[in-house]
Design a protein around this ligand. Sequence first.
Ligand SMILES: *[C@@H]1O[C@H](CO)[C@@H](O)[C@H](O)[C@H]1NC(C)=O
Ligand SMILES: *[C@@H]1O[C@H](CO)[C@@H](O)[C@H](O)[C@H]1NC(C)=O
Ligand SMILES: *[C@@H]1O[C@H](CO)[C@@H](O)[C@H](O)[C@H]1NC(C)=O
Ligand SMILES: *[C@@H]1O[C@H](CO)[C@@H](O)[C@H](O)[C@H]1NC(C)=O
Length: 511
Amino acid sequence: MRRFIITVLLLSVLNSVTGENCYPKKFNSSSVVCVCNENNCGDIGKVKAEDGKIALYQSSMSGERLQRSTVDFLSGAPAAERDLTVSLINTHLQKIIGFGGALTDAAGVHWAGLGSTLQKRLLQSYYGPEGLEYNMGRIPMAACDFSTRDYTYADTPGDFELKNFALAKEDLELKIPMIQFAKNVSKEEIYFFGSPWGAPAWMKTNEKTYGKGTLKGSPGGQYFKSWANYFVKFYESYKEHGITMWGFTVQNEPTTGFKPWPWQTVAMSPYTERDFLKKDLGPALFKATSNSINIMVLDDNRVVLPWWANVIFSDPEANRYAAGLAVHWYTDTLRNSSDLESIHRDFGDKIIVNTEACEGFEFLITPVILGSWERGEAYARDILEDLRHHVNAWVDWNLFLNTEGGPNWAGNRVDSAIIVDTKTSTFYKQPTYYAIAHFSKFIPRGSVRLDDALDGSQEKLTVVTFLRPDKLKATVILNRNDSVKKVLIKGLDGKSFMVEATARSITTALW
Ligand SMILES: *[C@@H]1O[C@H](CO)[C@@H](O)[C@H](O)[C@H]1NC(C)=O
Ligand SMILES: *[C@@H]1O[C@H](CO)[C@@H](O)[C@H](O)[C@H]1NC(C)=O
Ligand SMILES: *[C@@H]1O[C@H](CO)[C@@H](O)[C@H](O)[C@H]1NC(C)=O
Ligand SMILES: *[C@@H]1O[C@H](CO)[C@@H](O)[C@H](O)[C@H]1NC(C)=O
């Protein structure tokens, strides 16, 4: 009974602080999800600046979701009392390519299972102006763990010329329709990139798409040539459906296949990736796309980032084909951002894209927690740290999963920013969804990061600023502390303003 009263009180508080942009629902966790069903779907809507003022959008553990307010520029000297001073510097750092998520088979299964109203709302929530305004998408090439079965596009043994190459029903019935829908609701070009997990079993040393194994032979040999051609066939097949890939990663998590791995993989060392890129994959994809393709190496965790970059980019021929690096977030808390700084210092012409992130992946951790603010904070913290260290784009993992965090044929269930409850035809926008919104909706493609000098406590308090193509600035502040923090922002023209970042909040200032 007492818990019931507390819940009712809490819900009424939450209802009073959120507007029509969120229909909150509280589960057993630190914050709320926003509910979307056939009748109601709290859209974020377009974000807008305020003439002569600063528009602030704030989300917090206590239940705000992109709550808008405005503040004035300070006249006269700012009050001395503040926790952090951010002085912007007129140095332009990396340019933003975009934000996005992955159109996996698992996402497709849930999407296809809903009625047409919710199908539209799901994709609008990510790619539409009502939602996150995503402009990137990762497409697994054939099955990965987030599929309901194991398959590739070329399962006929010995078919080196890939005469029997064919897209699967998952592409034709799930992924391609979803992508076409996403393209329809998006206001700008979406940059799609393909990533392979397993190669056909007959091409691999262990005769399995998964497990411990590499491609047979060596780069330049018939297996590697055929595998490069597989990318070209994939590129051409999607193009026939009106979807032109912007890029590829060479191999999803190439370090995993050196041990008995429970789902699809191909082991590749940086030396193999280098030689495959220069002898097979680079020439094949450049020819097929008239040199207009962005090939990213690594597609694995930060721990091995400098090794891959040094081996591949120091080879002039391989380097010619590499647009940059794809990085996953799974070891980011073990490894600080100095690796990203060294990549920027040594290979400043390369792009860096975060190509995968999710919560709930660790052993014995609950895959899905509905309403976890801590998970939203973890996303905001990682995106912010990446953006402070030269990362050009940040792409999430599965667009949507179910309340169990699947389906996943290998049992590797995890969380995602939107969770679909197929039984009640409802979906839930998690705190991670809103954490991404604070960046993706405010930092359009072509924005450049403005350097800054920070003075004060940065313990649990981080900030980043971008100059947008429309000349507005977007400043994102993450406060992970349990008390309010006062942040003074000093602009390039000497004008300044104060932001009160409430406890456990994310704030974006548009000005
Ligand atoms: C709520 O979650 C906590 C841990 O996060 C757990 O200990 C508790 O049993 C849960 N309560 C209910 C009613 O599920
Ligand atoms: C995309 O929009 C066009 C034009 O409005 C329409 O004909 C087509 O059916 C739409 N496709 C999807 C998948 O919504
Ligand atoms: C980051 O880690 C490296 C070692 O991997 C260490 O030398 C460096 O001091 C660390 N930097 C920060 C800012 O913690
Ligand atoms: C949070 O802020 C307070 C001061 O407002 C400070 O004393 C405390 O150390 C901070 N906590 C953490 C974990 O940073």
